[in-house]
Design a protein around this ligand. Structure first.
Ligand code: CTP
Length: 399
């Protein structure tokens, strides 16, 4: 699907520039034609010669490369491409793009183009989190620039957090999606995420500690592989991802209704931490103290089990993935849960406070299926999400 597509690859000056060499190899392997443009700073990290040798093309570095009448002008160079990819997209390149500057070849091409641009940010975590970069990000998103990453993880500078450039395989997948052919193109995947809030009265509710981080990362990873994602979310603390259909709910009953309305789907991933019970005698008005010194007695009804209903319903997706939040004998409990709820896979995790998983950035999961229990190493939640999305894609393709 990438055969004969023309990619203009702008390689910015960052330590991640070396990963762009693998990206070129992947693109060439898929039959794409890659025209590399190196910023001046990039040449400090990779040599034009190695880039040119891999791409099998002339490498452009300076504006005056293009002044020869026989050469392609920069306007033309920027427009013959099917997609412009900026990787690594440094803070400086993002700032230039957001400000509309054109003071070197890369920024001039980016300003002159009418082709879509996909940017893979790569920078130190503080630079990424800086208000200026976040402003530029919002501006560029508004301008229609596509993004892949950055990922969470250990950085070359020794700090940990968002800022690592997406891996070449992920950028490759994002390029395929941008050109209309991700591995999950044409597939509809339903994802539930976040906690539910069960009202006690109009001002109070029962909730749990789920932040929605894992479900959000899964929805984003599925989107990045080209899936159409319906994201049904309770009141999570992390923002919903871009580029997915977001349905916001509060209670388990509302989540069930939203899930049923979203079907049919090719796959469903139920990552929400649904409250097991709702208050049967919830107050219509705010409950008042009655002077007795005793709290009003709450009565509970069990909530519908959304995962079990989807797994056994008429509209059952081809692949149903549940989660199991456990605090002890994780694999045994989760394996039993898989059978009880009728789903295909269960992603089990230990949410005891000591693990720091609930509300944290990392997760350590075991994937339980017919084939048994597969222990995954502890990794960032977005890495768990990408791995799961790839497994889902492989399973749907095998069907
Ligand atoms: N789930 C659901 N509806 C519910 C409760 C849970 O769809 N009412 C789903 C969750 O989204 C998750 C899976 O079921 O995918 C397991 O959730 P978990 O809270 O671990 O299980 P419980 O059903 O609460 O089971 P237990 O009480 O045995 O822990």
């Amino acid at each position: 699907m990438l055969a004969n597509k023309r990619i203009l690859l702008i390689i910015g000056g960052g330590i991640a520039a070396y990963k762009s060499l693998s990206l070129i190899r992947l693109l060439k392997g898929a039959g794409a034609k890659v025209t590399p443009v190196l910023t001046r700073a990039c040449a400090e990290f990779v040599t034009p010669l190695s880039v040119s040798a891999l791409a099998g093309e002339k490498v452009y570095t300076e504006l005056f490369d293009l002044t020869d009448e026989a050469e392609m002008g920069h306007i033309q160079l920027s427009r013959v491409a099917d997609l412009i990819v900026v990787a690594p997209g440094t803070a400086d390149l993002m700032a230039k793009m957001a400000g509309g500057r054109a003071d070197d070849l890369a920024s001039t091409l980016l300003l002159a183009t009418d082709t879509r641009v996909l940017l893979a940010p790569a920078m130190n975590v503080r630079m990424w989190q800086h208000a200026a970069t976040q402003r530029n990000l919002a501006q560029l998103r508004g301008d229609g620039v596509l993004f892949v990453g950055p990922n969470d993880g250990e950085m070359a500078c020794g700090e940990f957090g968002p800022g690592r450039m997406a891996e070449p395989e992920e950028i490759f997948a994002a390029i395929a999606v941008a050109l209309g052919g991700g591995v999950l193109a044409g597939k509809h995947v339903l994802v539930t995420s976040g906690p539910t809030h069960e009202p006690i009265d109009p001002v109070r509710y029962i909730a749990n500690r789920s932040s929605g981080a894992q479900g959000t990362a899964i929805a984003a990873a599925l989107r990045d592989l080209g899936a159409r994602v319906t994201f049904v979310t309770g009141p999570a603390t992390v923002p919903a991802p871009d580029g997915v259909a977001v349905v916001r709910v509060e209670t388990a009953a509302e989540m069930l209704a939203a899930v049923e309305a979203a079907l049919p789907a090719d796959a469903a991933v139920m990552a929400a931490a649904v409250a097991d019970w709702r208050v049967a005698n919830a107050g219509v008005q705010k409950m008042k103290k009655d002077g007795s010194g005793r709290a009003p007695a709450l009565e509970f009804d069990e909530n519908p089990d959304i995962l079990a209903r989807v797994s056994r319903g008429q509209n059952r997706p081809g692949l149903v993935v549940g989660f199991a939040a456990e605090t002890e004998t994780v694999v045994e409990h989760a394996s039993a849960k898989r059978l009880r709820k009728g789903c295909d896979w269960i992603v089990a995790n230990d949410v005891s406070p000591a693990t720091g998983i609930m509300g944290g950035r990392e997760n350590a999961v075991t994937l339980i299926s017919d084939a048994g229990a597969e222990v995954w190493p502890r990794m960032a939640k977005d890495a768990v999400a990408r791995r799961l999305a790839e497994r889902i894609a492989a399973a749907l393709q095998a069907r």
